[in-house]
Design a binder for this molecule. Structure first.
Ligand SMILES: [Zn+2]
Length: 408
């Protein structure tokens, strides 16, 4: 296998999570009597460009099918994050009725609706049918396609280049990151700005966030590697911000290489930090499996112990990262009888692999468990706040990553 960016041979394994179904392949009751497809889930690092990447076993169209059911609007924290981003960008770039904003992976319109409300023309790119339909209902024009160089060039030919191209949590999810980046280049006006948000590899390594690894998440990105990928496509990173989202993300600001915009000190500062934390050193990646195994073992021990003493444990948040964790740990409904999720589209379905049923959050109130394991630990504060009534009845909240923690 070769590196997806620089084509160097990939020789160093970072983590082997065995076999797992695609993390968004939620099951209906009728699926439970049928065979389920499992794919190897292994992450490698390129020791030339330091792109951390999954082995390429599955096809994008197989992973993002019509039933893909993650709706961004179900997280109130994420909605607020999107609204504040839109407000800042409208001011910073002086966007108005003559501007054009494109969002790649527009999901259900959670972000672009803020630009629509401000009277700024926009276009969403969203291949998943169910979320695209939700975005269109909010008055957002949507192209139901995958983004890449061909689409970028077509948009340019149709006079639809953008002043702002936004991509939140899509860059790490594209199989061909070079083609996608060339698409950004093609669809950008000469003085346009690109912003991309992605989880920062530095946080994954430092916080043992191995559950953020799944098949649909092809790349685990540092600023150093993204800068290299941008440079190859004729783009340049001129600013970067650190965000608390998804356990620690970067928001990068890109422009054409020849743009006169000066680079901020923040870019140099993060590049220096990545070198200081040894992100370009093989040893950093060598003990990651041992660290991930400890997180897994601690969770299994906790669940077995609670079962032995007769305590009830339920989970909250049928997130992709939950599926990675549960499948790697081999946890089934005997240890974790159900998981609650606010997303209607997931309720009544089953977690892939573990076959743990997904119920409405009202199931927790009906019969309060002793512990609620919050699978999307990145929104633990939000989940605890929404379920404050449970805590008054004695329920405790637990997270497994970066280490097993029981909140009082
Ligand atoms: Zn490489």
């Amino acid at each position: 296998m070769k590196c997806r960016h620089c084509s160097s041979p990939l020789e160093q394994t970072v983590l082997d999570l065995g076999f797992s179904p695609p993390s968004n392949a939620y099951l209906n009751e009728t699926d439970l009597v049928r065979p389920e497809k499992y794919y190897p889930l292994k992450v490698k690092v390129c020791t030339n460009c330091w792109l951390v990447q999954t082995d390429d076993y599955t096809q994008a169209d197989e992973l993002f099918n019509a039933d893909y059911s993650y709706f961004s609007s179900t997280s109130t924290g994420w909605l607020a994050h999107a609204a504040s981003y839109a407000q800042v960008m409208i001011q910073r770039l002086q966007l108005n009725a003559n501007s054009h904003v494109i969002e790649v992976a527009a999901n259900d319109g959670y972000l672009l609706k803020n630009f629509v409300a401000a009277g700024i023309p926009c276009l969403g790119i969203e291949p998943a049918a169910s979320t695209a339909a939700a975005a269109e209902k909010q008055g957002i024009p949507v192209l139901r396609e995958f983004f890449g160089e061909a689409l970028g060039k077509r948009l340019a030919a149709e006079g639809k280049q953008a002043d702002l191209i936004a991509g939140n949590n899509v860059y790490a999810h594209v199989p061909d990151i070079n083609d996608f980046t060339r698409g950004l280049k093609a669809a950008l006006k000469p003085d346009g700005t690109i912003t991309l948000e992605f989880p920062h590899l530095l946080r994954l390594i430092e916080q043992t966030q191995f559950d953020t690894i799944y098949h649909e998440h092809f790349s685990y990105l540092s600023l150093y590697t993204v800068e290299r990928i941008f440079k190859t496509a004729g783009l340049r990173i001129f600013d970067v911000e650190q965000l608390p989202t998804h356990g620690g993300s970067l928001r990068i600001f890109g422009c054409h290489t020849e743009s006169r915009r000066a680079s901020t000190d923040a870019v140099a500062a993060i590049l220096t930090e990545e070198v200081r934390r040894d992100l370009q050193t093989p040893a950093t990646y060598q003990n990651f499996q041992t660290r991930a195994n400890k997180v897994k073992d601690d969770l299994i021990s906790f669940l077995i112990e609670q079962k032995r003493v007769g305590k009830k444990v339920a989970a909250y948040g049928a997130a992709a990262k939950g599926n990675t964790l549960l499948n790697y740990a081999g946890i089934k409904p005997d240890l974790l009888p159900f998981v609650c999720d606010a997303a209607m589209a997931k309720q009544g379905k089953y977690m892939p692999g573990s076959h743990i049923p997904i119920l409405s959050p009202s199931a927790l109130a009906k019969s309060p468990p002793d512990y609620v394991l919050i699978l999307p630990w990145n929104i633990a504060a939000e989940v605890k706040q929404h379920n404050a009534a449970l805590a008054t009845q004695g329920t405790k909240f637990v997270i497994a990553v970066p280490k097993l923690t029981i909140f009082d």
